[in-house]
Design a protein. Structure first.
Length: 426
């Protein structure tokens, strides 16, 4: 059924313009002459390419009590996402083709948006020892990662980079050197940790591995992507790498851009890995966003049960959720309030660059004859985050109760409506 969206504020290569857009047979068309069966006036609303998150945890197979492909993808659709890449800390870990196939079967059955698996670098995601079945897995994954574990041995990382690049993929690396960590570390090794007697996680555990991997990527001439950057040193290393011609890209999350370690409370919702760091780190990350050192905005959506997040900073599991709050929190705080970035820059971080870097299908901009993977947003809507209404099983977020702006009206994948707020009858 052909549907005409009238007066849509759309995101194009030339900025945001108002236009009528026809949705027909899974594509969007401008100035189409076909008579639509339905007309929806979007006056005052915005039509963007569906958001993409290249770093989420949907927990299935293996940990369905935390999240499932179904609940995770529905939460993503509610947040305006039409595509995500799922990390491999599952049971079984997708380190062989037969193990990966279990995840793919659930995705094909239950996902309401595009879900692209990320394969494990090492067998059972150990961060050491034997590499996974890279060549067999490569055609079926977006990239490779041992997220949650850094690759500890330089020789193993060199071999992994070489084989993964030869297979047409790249590494998206969780950078963490185990020898730099003190057992029991739960938050940034900074002022709050010292004031309150917590064991800290130092910045060197991240940036020393970033430094090593950028050196290897330059030596081997391969693409290398840095997960959830949190330190000022990592930002500078990535910036210098890009200046020196290294094919290095990077991502960070909303919580690192909005908070510093002095905002913490002894509550499990403040515990994630890497941790929220100092104000100097936060400012460096913001500058990295502005000057395109950091390419993508991700949520690292990592749901846990209420019990697992109820044991304070020391005892709770690492990880928070973010798919249902990312755009609205960033639009309200970074774009409107603090004026750190423009709306167009936010869309570049959430739509354009993730698809470009991870070579994912779908529209980077709304263009004539592009795929009908898009989100309709109400940018005037101001509201307070209510985790009781989340579609995700995970409820642990720093944004609970916070005022945000910009609400998903409807999300479409392949021309099919997969989410709509209650008062939208399109």
């Amino acid at each position: 059924m052909a549907t005409l969206f009238k007066n849509a504020n759309i995101f194009t290569r030339n900025g945001i313009i108002k236009l009528n857009v026809l949705m027909d047979s899974g594509t969007l068309r401008f100035n189409a002459h076909k008579t639509p069966e339905k007309i929806i006036d979007l006056d005052g609303l915005y039509l963007f390419p569906g958001f993409v998150d290249v770093h989420v945890h949907f927990r299935e197979p293996g940990f369905a009590y935390k999240e499932t492909i179904s609940t995770g993808s529905m939460a993503a659709a509610r947040g305006g996402y039409t595509a995500v890449c799922t990390m491999p800390n599952l049971k079984p870990v997708p380190s062989t083709l037969s193990q990966l196939q279990q995840e793919i079967e659930i995705i094909n059955r239950d996902a309401v948006i595009h879900v692209y698996p990320i394969g494990a670098i090492t067998m059972n995601q150990s961060g050491r020892g034997e590499l996974s079945e890279i060549e067999e897995i490569a055609p079926h994954v977006a990239a490779f990662s041992d997220d949650g574990k850094g690759i500890q041995d330089e020789g193993l990382m060199r071999e992994a980079m070489t084989r993964i690049s030869a297979a047409g993929k790249f590494i998206t690396a969780h950078c963490e050197i185990e020898s730099e960590l003190v057992p029991g570390g739960c938050i940034h090794d900074g002022a709050y940790a010292k004031l309150h007697g917590h064991i800290g996680i130092n910045s060197a555990s991240e940036f020393l591995e970033v430094e090593r991997d950028i050196r290897l990527a330059k030596e081997l001439g391969v693409h290398y992507h840095v997960c959830h950057v949190s330190t000022k040193e990592s930002v500078e290393l990535i910036r210098e790498g890009k200046k020196n011609g290294v094919n290095v890209t990077a991502e960070t999350g909303p919580h690192y851009l909005m908070f510093n370690d002095m905002d913490l409370h002894d509550d499990g919702k403040w515990k994630m890995n890497p941790p929220i760091r100092s104000e100097q780190d936060r400012q460096a990350l913001l500058e990295g966003i502005r000057d395109s050192t950091i390419d993508c905005l991700i949520t690292d959506h990592a749901p846990h049960s209420e019990e697992e997040k109820s044991k304070g900073l020391d005892g709770s599991a690492f990880g928070i959720v973010g798919l249902e709050t990312c755009f609205s929190a960033m639009y309200h705080n970074l774009v409107l309030r603090d004026k750190e970035i423009t709306l167009e820059k936010l869309l570049e971080l959430m739509c354009v660059n993730p698809r470009k870097i991870f070579n994912l299908p779908g529209p980077k901009y709304i263009e004539d004859n592009c795929e009908a993977d898009f989100v309709i947003m109400d940018l005037e809507r101001v509201y307070n985050v209510d985790t009781s209404k989340f579609l995700s099983k995970g409820k642990s977020t720093l944004f609970d109760g916070m005022e945000v702006q910009g609400e998903t009206v409807a999300t479409y994948v392949g021309g099919k409506k997969v989410y709509a707020r209650d008062n939208f009858h399109g």
